[in-house]
Design a protein around this ligand. Structure first.
Ligand code: GLV
Ligand code: MG
Length: 349
């Protein structure tokens, strides 16, 4: 662990100082596209206007023979397209792959001034963040970037989950973590074949009724990802890093997707990945607080004055802690409303 005195110093001579605080910007949906696919890349300028984050994916889902085309395609898009207030992210190949070194060199030196965040997959521990941190600092210095590129780790190995606190603490440029349920399931040897979501076999069943042992016992499906998401949210919140649900692979199941995203939102996540245009609207709906909740929160804040003591509103007790919850809700709503005029009207700002 670097000493507190050195923690915010650049890791390479000439690199920009790392951020003191992670900028909190709208990132309800991180929309993935394949930069090696000309049909998809042609749509990037239009899709970028509809999302908070657009991400050029170089890792899984890109066939080996198109890895270089994806990298080159992303550099070209980054140079040509103006993204406005939409963030441009990438997911590079894993740190043990033959592509990641060139991914980082070419992206940072080619479009580092446009790239907001680099997502590192299959992070096992703080040592992976340290490696990427130093290398990116050297590349930033080489092209004289003045604004540091941020890092995002995918939580998709058992070792990554076990080391999640240390990963969050590894670098001041760590912006966020995403749950990677597909790789995590495989590497944990979970017996599932899905990308995120629940499983009908993962249930808790009511005890048998001794008076009627033959009657059916109700069972309720549980959330396979609850533990990991809660673990991730605590690690992120204690280090000023942002947590995200990752991908939901069953594009045809809009309701299942919405439920998983909403569970993550309620537990503290700020966004999720969208793998298909249909998931963009789901993420926008879920990760923007509901208008009635926001109006309620404004009412509580107004009634609480300096935020101390208690007041009763509609029969519900409010105190310092509910005041703080309401501030979280209103703070998020104000940030999103500044970008989204429809939300501004709905929230009454
Ligand atoms: C995402 O990368 C996942 O493995 O779920
Ligand atoms: Mg993965």
């Amino acid at each position: 662990m670097r000493s507190a005195r050195h923690f915010f110093q650049p890791l390479a001579v000439g690199a920009p100082p790392p951020p003191r605080d992670i900028p909190v910007r709208p990132s309800r949906m991180i929309h993935f596209f394949d930069p090696s696919n000309p049909k998809m890349t042609a749509k990037v300028p239009e899709i970028a206007k509809k999302v908070d984050v657009i991400l050029g994916n170089l890792e899984d889902a890109i066939p080996i023979e198109r890895k270089e085309a994806a990298r080159n395609g992303l550099v070209a898009i980054g140079r040509e397209v103006e993204f406005g207030d939409t963030q441009l992210w990438t997911r590079v190949n894993s740190l043990d792959s033959p592509w990641v070194l060139d991914d980082l060199i070419q992206l940072v030196t080619g479009i580092g001034h446009k790239l907001d965040v680099i997502m590192i997959p299959k992070v096992e521990g703080p040592w992976d963040i340290h490696y990427a941190d130093r290398l990116i600092a050297q590349l930033e210095a080489r092209v004289r970037l003045t604004r540091p590129i941020l890092l995002h780790a995918i939580l998709e190995t058992p070792s990554g989950v076990a080391n999640v606190d240390a990963i969050c603490a590894a670098s001041p440029r760590l912006q966020g973590l995403s749950l990677g349920p597909a790789d995590l399931a495989a590497s944990r040897r979970m017996k599932t074949t899905r990308v995120g979501g629940g499983h009908p076999g993962y249930v808790v069943r009511a005890d048998p009724d001794p008076a009627q042992p033959e009657t059916a016992r109700p069972a309720v499906q549980q959330d396979l990802w609850h533990y990991t998401i809660a673990r991730m949210v605590d690690a992120c919140a204690s280090h000023g890093v942002l947590p995200y649900y990752g991908p939901f692979g069953d594009i045809s199941d809009a309701q299942g997707c919405e439920d998983q995203f909403r569970n993550a939102f309620l537990l503290g996540c700020v966004g999720a990945w969208s793998l298909h245009p249909s998931q963009i609207e789901i993420a926008r709906r879920v990760f923007s607080p509901a208008a009635d909740e926001v109006r309620w929160a404004v009412k509580v804040i107004d009634a609480m004055g300096d935020g101390s003591g208690t007041v009763m509103i509609d029969g519900k007790m409010q105190d310092d802690a509910t005041y703080k919850q309401c501030q979280v809700m209103v703070g998020l709503a104000r940030m999103l409303a500044a970008k989204d005029p429809e939300l501004r009207v709905a929230y009454g700002f």
